[in-house]
Design a protein around this ligand. Structure first.
Ligand code: ATP
Ligand code: MG
Length: 256
C-alpha cells in the first residue's frame, strides 16, 4: 500500500570494489507527495546522486524498492525526467530540436508543446540557437524544457544550478518556481546550497554519510515566493545549518 507519488522503501546500496565494500545507503525510506518539491542536502559523498539515480531507475543494484504512483521502478523512463549538473544538450541540434530530441517537430502536437515550453522557460527568440550560443543558465532551461516535454511525473534534479554564477542561479531558482506554479511538477532536488534548498522546497531532507540515511527532514512552512532576508527564512537557515554541522567531520569533507 503506497501513500505518496514517490515511495522509496528501505533502500540500501553497497558498492563493491577490490578494496572492500562501500555501504552508501542503508535502509533509506522517503515518501514524496504529488506536487511536492523536496530538496536533498548533505556532505559530498553521502549518496545524494546515488539516491537520485536509484529513483530514476538508472541504478537497480539495490535492496529495497522504489515506487512511482504505486508501480515498482525497474528501469529508466520518461516519467522520471533527469536533469544533471551539466546540461548535456546535443551540440549539433538547435534549441527547439534539443527539446524535441527524438520526437519530430513536423508533428503539430509536438511543435506546439515545444513552443509552449520555450515560452515557459523564457527562451523565445532562441528557438534556432545552438548550445554554444547559449549561456549556462539558458542551456539548463533547455534541459528542463526537454525533460518537461515528456510530461514526467517527477523531475529529478542533481545540482542543476551548481555550475552557474550566483546571479544566474537565483534567476534559475525563480524560473523553476514559475514552472512549478504552472505545472505543479513533483521534484526531487539535490543541492549543496542551504539557501537554495530553503528557497525552493517544501521539505529539506538532510542525508548523513555515517548512517547512510536520513539525519532529519525539515519542513519549510513559508509562503512562496520566499524572502531570503526574512526573519523566518533566516531562522530556518540556522536550524538547517545546525542539523548539517552536527555531522561528524572525520569521514567526509563539506562543500557548503
Ligand atoms: N559506481 C560507483 N562505484 C563505486 N563507488 C561509487 C559509485 N558511485 C558512487 N560511489 C560512491 O558512493 C558514495 C556516494 O556517491 P554519490 O555520488 O552518491 O555522492 P554525492 O552525495 O552525490 O556527492 P557529491 O555531493 O560530491 O555529488 C561515494 O563514496 C562514491 O565514491
Ligand atoms: Mg552528487
Amino acid at each position: 500500500m503506497t501513500t505518496g507519488l514517490l515511495e522509496v522503501v528501505n533502500v540500501s546500496r553497497t558498492f563493491h570494489s577490490d578494496t572492500g565494500d562501500v555501504h552508501v545507503l542503508s535502509g533509506l525510506s522517503l515518501t514524496v507527495k504529488q506536487g511536492e518539491i523536496v530538496s536533498i542536502i548533505g556532505p559530498s559523498g553521502c549518496g545524494k546522486s546515488t539516491l537520485l539515480k536509484i529513483v530514476a531507475g538508472l541504478d537497480l543494484e539495490i535492496e529495497g524498492q522504489v515506487f512511482l504512483e504505486g508501480e515498482l521502478v525497474t528501469k529508466p523512463s520518461e516519467q522520471k525526467g533527469f536533469i544533471f549538473q551539466e546540461h548535456r544538450l546535443f551540440p549539433w541540434l538547435n534549441v527547439e530540436r534539443n527539446i524535441a530530441a527524438d520526437l519530430s517537430l513536423k508533428n503539430s502536437n509536438v511543435r506546439s508543446r515545444v513552443y509552449a515550453l520555450i515560452k515557459l522557460v523564457k527562451l523565445q527568440g532562441f528557438e534556432r540557437a545552438y548550445p554554444k550560443q547559449l549561456s549556462g543558465g539558458m542551456s539548463q532551461r533547455v534541459a528542463i524544457a526537454r525533460a518537461l516535454l515528456r510530461n514526467p511525473k517527477v523531475l529529478l534534479l542533481d545540482e542543476p544550478f551548481g555550475a552557474l554564477d550566483a546571479f544566474t542561479r537565483s534567476h534559475m531558482q525563480d524560473a523553476l518556481l514559475d514552472i512549478w506554479r504552472e505545472n505543479k511538477t513533483t521534484m526531487l532536488f539535490v543541492t549543496h546550497d542551504i539557501d537554495e534548498a530553503l528557497f525552493l522546497s517544501h521539505r529539506v531532507v538532510v542525508l548523513d554519510a555515517n548512517i547512510g540515511g536520513i539525519r532529519t527532514i525539515l519542513p519549510v512552512d513559508l509562503p512562496m515566493p520566499r524572502k531570503r532576508t526574512g526573519s523566518a527564512f533566516q531562522e530556518l537557515r540556522m536550524h538547517l545549518l545546525r542539523a548539517l554541522v552536527n555531522e561528524t567531520p572525520d569521514k567526509h569533507s563539506w562543500e557548503i
